[in-house]
Design a protein around this ligand. Structure first.
Ligand SMILES: NC(=O)c1ccc[n+]([C@@H]2O[C@H](COP(=O)([O-])OP(=O)(O)OC[C@H]3O[C@@H](n4cnc5c(N)ncnc54)[C@H](O)[C@@H]3O)[C@@H](O)[C@H]2O)c1
Ligand SMILES: [Fe+2]
Length: 423
């Protein structure tokens, strides 16, 4: 495998929207962008925006551009499958040319799933997994109000299926929105708990994209949606980490800190651009069953798990973690110490924003561990992205360490030396 000096592969893959607009006030572009896609738009709107001047503004502008609009605000966090199917059925005969989503990751994922449902025949579970969608779906304009899932730029939609023991993902290049409009001002009102969980998830996206496995690219076959760490995703992921680490706690502490909100919005966007192709790995694979079991927000789980995952895979990604350390301005005498310092800095941010630090405190028990391990291993597109071989032993070690909040346990003897900063 050819690699460059940063350890990234010498190949790259990015799948992105046709247009990405970023900056204060970019929200004003929503109506014009939507009008370029059709004259009949379904607007999926997060319920917190009902009766807001922002929604009012879009509706007036769309009317002035002669675009018919139907507003759908029945967004339920974490998206139960039956609810999504009901909404698809409700809008099946709407004749919509495009779907606009304004809201958190749940609203954007709902918009993607409705766009999919209106473009295809068949139950949602037909499309679970990777690359199962056969053809383009209705174009989506995605406008996030959290920072964030990165869903505005990824080909992923996540929902909850009560018939399954874990959350399910539908991943396809056809689900990448056509336009992403990221206005940091829209995130100002997000409450601290939402800012914390969605911001933690953004950091996990960036770190997992940067530490994902290097995987060979078979250009003559259909590429997996998540192709692993690569030359084009890595610079975006590293810049996202550099933006998010110093700003996440500031945004949680003071939601009106505009500089912190801007950095978080930019960081979560870059993280989404990176992981949309590189993919995430074990924190996400393990969060799927943990989230289904504990009904805790996605970002709370991925953030809680990330330090334990990194402790465990550290021997297989020392250079990448050392780059993160360098990007954060941490000074260490050797790359192993730098790698540990990076993990500790990330764990420190999660502690500062008040994420729980062990699985027991969110309701997981010893008896749940074998099932969590078994189910995590079924999330093949994510475990395949792990830099270390994803054996039941490795996943079990991570889950048991996270259960007890034991940061020391997953570290192998080889790495458990005097350089460790916080045991
Ligand atoms: N598609 C992807 O690539 C991807 C990636 C990660 C997560 N996800 C999914 O995204 C969902 C989580 O998204 P999220 O973290 O953005 O949370 P969310 O969309 O579930 O929103 C959480 C709560 O915050 C409210 N909210 C959102 N923005 C607000 C604002 N600016 N002001 C006030 N309230 C606001 C919402 O109304 C909701 O009540 C999960 O379902 C997760 O599985 C998707
Ligand atoms: Fe995530």
């Amino acid at each position: 495998m050819t690699t460059d000096e940063t350890g990234a592969t010498a190949h790259g893959v990015l799948r992105l929207p046709d247009r990405i607009l970023f900056g204060d006030g970019s929200f004003s572009a929503v109506a014009v962008e939507a009008s370029r896609l059709g004259s009949n738009v379904l607007l999926v709107c997060d319920p917190f925006l009902l009766d807001s001047p922002e929604l009012d503004g879009i509706l007036k502008e769309l009317a002035s551009l002669n675009v018919d609009v139907t507003v759908e605000a029945r967004v339920v966090p974490e998206l139960p499958r039956e609810h999504v199917e009901e909404l698809i059925a409700a809008h099946r005969n709407s004749g919509a040319d495009a779907v606009v989503a304004v809201g958190g990751g749940s609203a954007i994922d709902l918009a993607k799933l409705i766009a999919l449902g209106l473009s295809t025949i068949g139950a949602l579970d037909t499309w679970y997994g990777e690359n199962a969608i056969p053809s383009p779906v209705l174009p989506v304009v995605a406008v996030p109000t959290t920072a964030g899932t990165g869903s505005e730029v990824t080909g992923v939609a996540v929902l909850t299926d009560p018939d399954r023991d874990l959350k399910v993902g539908i991943s396809s290049p056809y689900l990448v929105p056509c336009v992403a409009i990221v206005d940091p001002l829209l995130t100002i009102g997000a409450p601290p708990s939402v800012t914390a969980a969605s911001g933690a998830d953004a950091l996990v996206h960036a770190v997992e994209a940067y530490t994902a496995a290097v995987r060979p690219a078979d250009w003559s076959a259909q590429l997996p949606v998540f192709v692993g760490r690569n030359l084009l995703s890595s610079p975006l992921a590293l810049e996202a980490i550099r933006l998010i680490v110093p700003n996440l706690a500031r945004a949680v502490r003071d939601g009106n800190d505009l500089d912190a909100r801007r950095a978080m919005a930019q960081g979560s966007l870059l993280a989404g651009m990176a992981f949309g192709s590189a993919g995430t790995h074990l924190s996400h694979a393990i969060q799927y069953p943990v989230g289904a079991l504990t009904h805790t927000p996605h970002g709370l789980g991925t953030g809680l798990l990330l330090p334990y995952v990194l402790d465990a895979v550290l021997p297989t990604c020392v250079p990448q973690l050392a780059h993160i350390s360098e990007a954060l301005g941490l000074r260490e005498s050797n790359s192993e110490a730098a790698a540990r310092a990076a993990i500790d800095a990330i764990a420190g941010v999660f502690e500062e924003i008040g994420l729980p630090s062990d699985l027991r405190s969110i309701g997981v028990t010893d008896a749940d561990v074998p099932r969590i391990v078994e189910l995590s291993l079924t999330v093949k597109r994510l475990v395949a992205n792990s830099s270390d071989t994803p054996t039941p032993e490795l996943i079990g070690r991570i889950v048991r360490a996270a259960l007890d909040g034991d940061r020391a346990r997953p570290v192998s003897e080889e790495t458990n030396d005097q350089n460790r900063i916080h045991a």
